[in-house]
Design a protein around this ligand. Structure first.
Ligand code: PHE
Length: 346
């Protein structure tokens, strides 16, 4: 009997290697355990055995069945995999690089912003942020900008309709909400929420009702800087801005402060730069940012004692800097999503 079992198992093991399909597997099963299968016949033969012989025979049959089950399970798993592979089509090697996925790259404005922030980080400035939808108070009043200042005019500023205001959590009383015209509002928010000494740079989107042309966009970006401490002076302002300009435009770049006016700084300046690295613009002074010492009235609006604290502030246009660094002649390129333009900065 053992030899009959062995030959049935051998038959199964030999056939197993050849089997490719489910039909072949079923045929093999029938040959072994079907009504006339070789194993079935052996089991039927047990009926002719004596009572004493049966337990030992039963053990042998069970052991053989267990081995057979194992063989069939292996074949079945292989057949299943083959069926799945046929369903999925040709084999895929996921470790190969895809031929058609081009990797993206950072937008030139993002790159310029990151470079500028990294420069100021070297001087101990940390990043601060404020909302794009701002209250009139943070954008103008706290910055000593009077009600009749032209920046507050409907012609310059996007005010938000009452319906929007009523659902906005920022609403304070009946105050007007607007899209911030500059990042200087972050100066106010920072001085209200942190104790000096402080040094922050605040990058962000700004909005003005400018007619769009090669150098104007209704939507643009600024980086604001604010340093409040005891005895901050014009020398600090010059030092900080000079460092920024040399890091951005090269060590040969020169800076010049030209007297100007902003309601929130006193004195106020426009800073011009001149650098041999600027191609056809190398020979002239170019205006790049507004700056000054924080007006004491602004410090007081933010609850700081102006006899103890002093500050410097500056605000630069991100697009302007990126255009100068890369020799870009039209601000609209930044927003047109033309890959031929964007890929040049990849
Ligand atoms: N907020 C000014 C502007 O948008 C720039 C500025 C910032 C000037 C800080 C002085 C100090 O033009």
């Amino acid at each position: 009997m053992q030899s009959q079992l062995d030959s049935a198992l051998k038959e199964a093991a030999d056939a197993a290697g050849q089997i490719r399909t489910r039909a072949e597997l079923e045929a093999l099963k029938a040959r072994l355990v079907g009504p006339n299968g070789s194993l079935t016949l052996v089991m039927r033969g047990m009926a002719t055995l004596s009572k004493e012989e049966r337990p030992a025979a039963g053990k042998m049959v069970n052991a053989a069945k267990a081995q057979l089950d194992e063989i069939l399970a292996t074949v079945s798993a292989r057949v299943e995999q083959a069926e799945l592979a046929a369903l999925l089509g040709p084999t895929i090697d996921p470790s190969l690089a895809s031929p058609d996925v081009a990797s993206g790259s950072l937008h030139p404005l993002t790159r310029t912003r990151e470079r500028i922030l990294a420069t100021f980080r070297k001087l101990g400035f940390v990043i601060a942020e404020g909302p794009e939808v701002e209250t009139e108070w943070h954008c103008f009043d706290a910055l000593n900008t009077p009600a009749d200042h032209p920046a507050r005019d409907m012609q310059d500023t996007f005010y938000l309709p009452k319906s929007f205001r009523s659902i906005d959590a920022l609403r304070k009383g009946d105050e007007d909400l607007l899209l911030r015209t500059h990042t200087s509002s972050v100066q106010v928010r920072t001085m209200l929420s942190r104790k000096p000494p402080l040094r922050i740079v605040a990058p962000g989107r700004c909005f003005r009702r400018d007619a769009v042309d090669a150098t104007h966009s209704a939507n643009f970006h600024q980086v604001e800087g604010l340093w409040v401490d005891r005895h901050v002076t014009l020398a600090d302002l010059r030092g900080v801005l000079d460092f920024f300009v040399k890091e951005t435009f090269g060590p040969e770049a020169e800076t010049r402060l030209r007297p100007s006016f902003f309601p929130f700084t006193e004195p106020s300046f426009e800073m011009d730069i001149r650098s041999p690295n600027l191609g056809r613009l190398s020979d002239r002074w170019l205006e790049v940012l507004g700056c000054g010492l924080v007006d004491p009235k602004v410090l007081e609006s933010c609850g700081l004692d102006a006899t103890e604290w002093s500050g410097l502030a500056f605000g630069l246009g991100l697009e302007r800097i990126a255009m100068l660094v890369h020799g870009i002649d039209d601000i609209r390129h930044f927003y047109a999503n033309d890959l031929r333009f964007l890929r040049q900065f990849a």
